[in-house]
Design a protein around this ligand. Structure first.
Ligand code: C5P
Length: 254
């Protein structure tokens, strides 16, 4: 088999050229970074779990009519996605105070917010993803006002849906980050959800105990990181069938 061409290697994923034009293979690594990569580590099996969790959530979004870049899972660590033009903006959605919002405004973690708050960051490793306003985004033409409208309405829909989905399995969706891309079909363009949705990009707390079930366990050295990701997958009903042995991948299963 011909070697695939690597397009990009990020902190948690590698992108390869896909088998057909306009497709990309997204490979999920076990590498974990935090605080703009000043903290680095490995969460064994994370790539396998995030591949499954993101697949599951993207498929559920597709079912409710939210377009995503996801096509299908290829194997334990890889999924096929549509090639999109990434919008260099992270949309952060907050339902409950935590993380940098709690730090900035001295609001204790766990305080419910009066309403859902959206924040935007410019995606830049060199600049450590600075906060930006809608004014910056449209003035610098990272996204048009119409793109912003689409991103905001999709984000709120995703938040409503995922909040309910997670509550159904005893998990509070505290906050999360979404990324979007432009998908071109001839000369038609639409904005779709891209990248991944996983415990790397969401804060997930057990609804009864408030125990953290996400990357904060790694960021804050809380231990049992692998168990937490596995528990999210288990509750979603998507734990790899044969347990940890199934988590070595990649293994093609069309
Ligand atoms: O760190 P902060 O509180 O700003 O993060 C808010 C949410 O966005 C968290 O769920 C975090 O996992 C996610 N996030 C992310 N990638 C970033 C920054 C934040 O997934 N670069």
């Amino acid at each position: 088999m011909a070697r695939r061409r690597q397009i990009y290697e990020g902190r948690a994923k590698i992108l390869f050229e896909g088998p057909e034009a306009g497709t990309i293979v997204q490979h999920f690594k076990d590498d974990a970074t935090a605080f703009n990569a000043s903290k680095q580590g490995v969460i064994t099996g994370k790539g396998v779990l995030n591949n499954r969790i993101s697949e599951y959530l993207m498929l559920r979004l597709h079912e409710i009519g939210v377009p995503t870049h996801f096509i299908r899972r290829l194997n334990m660590r890889e999924q096929l996605v549509r090639e999109v033009e990434m919008i260099p903006v992270e949309v952060v959605v907050r339902n409950i105070a935590a993380g940098t919002l709690s730090e900035r405004f001295a609001i204790p973690e766990g305080t419910p917010l009066p309403r859902t708050i959206l924040e935007y960051c410019f995606k830049s490793d060199e600049l450590a993803d600075p906060f930006v306003s809608e004014e910056h985004i449209t003035a610098f033409e990272w996204a048009s006002p119409q793109d912003m409208d689409d991103m905001v309405s999709m984000t709120l829909r995703v938040n409503d849906f995922l909040t309910g989905l997670f509550l159904g399995i005893g998990i509070r969706l505290v906050d999360f980050r979404l990324e979007f891309g432009r998908l071109w079909d001839a000369d038609q363009m639409r904005i779709v959800v891209a990248d991944e949705i996983s415990p790397d990009s969401c804060r997930l707390w057990d609804a009864k105990t408030n125990e953290k079930m996400d990357k904060d366990r790694f960021r804050r050295d809380l231990g049992n990181v692998e168990d937490a990701y596995q528990e999210v997958a288990r509750r979603l009903g998507i734990l790899p069938e044969s347990g940890p042995r199934d988590m070595q991948g990649p293994k093609v299963m069309q």
